[in-house]
Design a protein around this ligand. Sequence first.
Ligand code: THU
Length: 137
Amino acid sequence: MVKINYEELIKLAVDAMDTAYSPYSKCRVGACLLGDSGRYYTGCNVENASYSATCCAERTAIFKAVSGGEKRFRAIAIVGGIDGAIKDYFPPCGACRQVMSEFCDDDFEIILFNGEKITVRKFFEMLPYPFGSEKLN
Ligand code: THU
């Protein structure tokens, strides 16, 4: 099983904030996803004038990875803040948790950083009792 380098994932997530497109909220969010292959996939939030068509940083990273051929993941680091100032943890929204549930196991790690400290949660803590593909069989 691929080893998780927490510092590296956070650094890449912080770098990914640079390309956030967030003229409406001014909130820059960056994510870095670690695939089972050991590859990294970064993502940022991409907003839209309709608001609802906005894509979060986490889903950007996941969709980049899946469209590139990787479908199983070990961990994701997420950072964010207004005008890019990291002052608080940025846990993933409900839509992103649902998308994670499609591709991630219960022990998938969600790594958050508030500018000072790192906190790590397992996926099952973030989305217990998810709706999954077994319901469609
Ligand atoms: N956002 C993310 O990128 N990830 C989340 O999990 C929560 C919210 C973005 C969407 C929007 O561009 C901004 O943060 C404010 O909601």
